[in-house]
Design a protein around this ligand. Structure first.
Ligand code: UD1
Ligand code: CA
Length: 502
C-alpha cells in the first residue's frame, strides 16, 4: 500500500529564461533547481524517481546521473505536447510495485519534503482516493490553473488560465502542481487524455476532473514554497528564499550567520562558528566548531578547522585551514593549499599547491607555489617562490624552523634544510644544507660624506637643465612673435583686397 515513487517533469525549454542552459539546470544556492525537487521527493519517501527530460536532455540527464546515480531514471519526451503527455512518457519506467506516485514539476525548487509528507498522510487516510492534490491561495493567481469546486466545496476540476471563463478566472485558489496519484489510476487515465483546449496540449490537470468521482484528498499550503520559476527575476527571488532557509537551518544548529552572508546548500557548518556579513560559502565547504569567517571572505570547496580565523576579504579555493590557523586579511589560498595547526598566512599572501606545517608563518606579501614548508618556519615579506620556468612547475621544499629573510627569491626546484637561514634579499638557486646561512647579495659600501656631494651635483644638474629650458622658451617666444607679425600682415593684405560693398 505504501510504496511511493515520483515523476518529475522537466522537458520544457523554459523560454522565458532566455538561456542556452535548460531551465531546470539553472542554480540557486549552488544547486540546479531540479536537484531540490528530486531531494524533496527522496526525503518524502519516494523509493525512486523518474525525471522526464526533453530540451537539453543530455545535460539534464548527465547532471542527474552525476548527482543521484541510479536513484533517478530518465524518460524522454521527444516533443513537448503538454504536461499530461510528459507524464505519460514516464509510465513505462514506473516500478510495478508502486502504489502512490508523486507528480512534481522540475521548476519548483522551493517545494519541501514536509508538504509532500503531509500530502502522503492525507492521501493514505482516505483509502481508495485516486488523487491527493495540493492547493493554495494567491493574491494574484495569474498564470496558474484555478481550482474549481462545487457548492459543497468538493474539487471538481482544474481549469487552466487560458480556458477560464471570467467567473473562473476570478478564483484565487490555484493549482501549484503538486500531486500524489494512485498508481493504478494514473496508468489508466493518462492514455485517455485529449488535447481539446486553448493550447492544444495534453493537460495533466485534466486528470483531476477524472479523479473527482473516485475520491480525492486535498491539502492546502502556503504559496511561498510553491512558486514555479519561469524567468530570472523569479529565480532570484527563489534563491533569496533558499538562502534564508539554509541560514535559518544552521542557526538552529548553533551557527551565527550574519544577515548578508550567503551559504550554499552544499555547505556544512558546526556549532559556534561565526559567518560574518558578506561572506560567500560555496561547494563542499565545511566550517568547524568555533571557527570564524570574517567579512567578505569567499570560500569554495574548502575546509576550516576549529578555532581557525579567516580574516576579511580572503579567497580560498579547494584549500584546508588547520585548527587555530589564521588567514588574511586579503589572502588568496588557491587549490591544494593545506595549512596545519596554528599556521599564519597574512595579507597579500598567495599560496597554491602548498603544504604549511604547524606554526609555519608567512605574514606579508608573498607567493608560495608548489611547496612544502616545515614546522615553525618563517617566510619573510616579499618572498617569491619562483616555481615556473615558462614550461614546467618546480617544487620548493623547506625544512623545519627555516628562516627566509624578506624579499628573497627561491628558485625551484630547491631544498632548504632544517634550521637554514636565508639572508634578506637572497636569490636562492642551490640547495641550502641544514643550519647553513645562505646569503647572495652584493656587499654594501658606505662612502663618508658622499651624500652631500651627490646632492650638490644633482642640484647643479637640475639648475642647468632648467636654464637651458628657459633659453629655449625665450627663443621660441621671439620666433612666435615674428610668425604672428607675418601672419597679421598677410591677413591685412587679404582683407585689403576684399571690396567693402558688393
Ligand atoms: C502548470 C499547470 C497549472 C499550474 C502550474 C503551476 C498544467 C496543464 N498546468 O502550468 O495548472 O497552476 O503548472 O506552476 O499542467 N513540461 C514537460 N513537457 C511538456 C510541458 C511541460 O515536461 O510538454 C514540464 C516543464 O518543463 C515544467 C512543468 O512541466 O517543469 C510545468 O510546465 P509549464 O509549461 O511551466 O506549466 P504551466 O503553464 O506553468
Ligand atoms: Ca511553470
Amino acid at each position: 500500500m505504501n510504496e511511493l515513487t515520483a515523476i518529475i517533469l522537466a522537458a520544457g525549454q523554459g523560454k522565458r529564461m532566455k538561456s542556452m542552459l535548460p531551465k531546470v539546470l539553472h542554480t540557486l544556492a549552488g544547486l540546479p533547481m531540479i536537484h531540490y525537487v528530486v531531494e524533496a521527493a527522496a526525503a518524502a519517501g519516494a523509493r525512486d524517481v523518474v525525471v522526464v527530460v526533453g530540451h537539453g536532455r543530455e545535460a539534464v540527464s548527465a547532471y542527474l546521473h552525476h548527482a543521484f546515480g541510479d536513484y533517478v531514471r530518465i524518460a524522454v519526451q521527444e516533443e513537448q505536447l503538454g504536461t499530461g503527455h510528459a507524464a505519460r512518457c514516464a509510465l513505462p519506467l514506473l516500478p510495478s510495485e508502486a502504489r502512490g506516485v508523486f507528480l512534481l514539476y522540475g521548476d519548483t525548487p522551493l517545494i519541501d519534503a514536509s508538504l509532500l509528507h503531509r500530502l502522503a498522510e492525507t492521501w493514505r487516510r482516505q483509502p481508495g482516493a485516486a488523487l491527493g492534490l495540493v492547493t493554495c491561495f494567491l493574491e494574484d493567481p495569474t498564470g496558474y490553473g484555478r481550482v474549481i469546486r462545487d457548492e459543497e466545496g468538493r474539487v471538481l476540476r482544474i481549469r487552466e488560465q487560458r480556458d477560464c471563463s471570467a467567473e473562473e478566472a476570478a478564483v484565487r485558489e490555484v493549482n501549484p502542481g503538486v500531486y500524489l496519484f494512485d498508481a493504478e489510476f494514473l496508468r489508466e487515465t493518462l492514455p485517455e487524455l485529449r488535447a481539446q483546449n486553448a493550447q492544444g496540449e495534453f493537460y495533466l490537470t485534466d486528470t483531476v476532473e477524472m479523479a473527482a468521482p473516485r475520491g480525492m484528498a486535498t491539502v492546502s499550503s502556503s504559496a511561498d514554497q510553491l512558486r514555479g520559476i519561469n524567468d530570472r527575476a523569479q529565480l532570484e527571488e527563489a534563491e533569496e528564499e533558499m538562502f534564508r532557509r539554509i541560514a535559518a537551518r544552521w542557526r538552529r544548529e548553533g551557527a551565527t550567520i550574519r544577515g548578508s552572508a550567503r551559504v550554499d546548500a552544499t555547505v556544512t557548518l558546526a556549532e559556534d562558528c561565526i559567518i560574518e556579513h558578506g561572506v560567500v560559502l560555496r561547494g563542499k565547504t565545511r566550517i568547524a566548531r568555533g571557527a570564524r569567517i570574517d567579512v567578505g571572505a569567499v570560500l569554495e570547496d574548502s575546509e576550516v578547522d576549529e578555532r581557525a580565523v579567516v580574516k576579511p576579504y580572503s579567497v580560498l579555493i579547494r584549500s584546508k585551514v588547520g585548527p587555530g590557523a589564521q588567514v588574511g586579511p586579503m589572502a588568496h589560498l588557491r587549490p591544494g593549499s593545506i595549512l596545519g595547526e596554528d599556521v599564519h598566512v597574512g595579507n597579500f599572501v598567495e599560496t597554491k599547491n602548498t603544504v604549511m606545517h604547524r606554526e609555519a608563518k608567512a605574514n606579508h606579501l608573498a607567493y608560495l607555489g608548489d611547496s612544502e614548508i616545515g614546522e615553525a618556519s618563517n617566510i619573510g615579506a616579499g618572498t617569491i617562490f619562483c616555481n615556473y620556468d615558462g614550461y614546467q612547475k618546480h617544487k620548493t621544499t623547506i625544512g623545519a624552523r627555516v628562516f627566509v629573510g624578506s624579499d628573497s627569491q627561491i628558485v625551484a626546484p630547491v631544498t632548504l634544510g632544517d634550521g637554514a637561514y636565508i639572508a634578506t634579499g637572497t636569490t636562492v638557486t642551490r640547495d641550502v644544507p641544514p643550519d647553513a646561512l645562505a646569503i647572495g647579495r652584493t656587499p654594501q659600501q658606505n662612502k663618508e660624506g658622499y651624500a652631500v656631494r651627490l646632492r650638490e651635483r644633482l642640484k647643479a644638474q637640475a639648475e642647468t637643465a632648467k636654464a637651458k629650458l628657459g633659453l629655449l622658451l625665450d627663443l621660441g617666444k621671439e620666433r612666435l612673435i615674428a610668425d604672428l607679425k607675418r601672419a597679421i600682415l598677410a591677413l591685412c593684405g587679404v582683407f585689403g583686397n576684399i571690396p567693402r560693398h558688393t
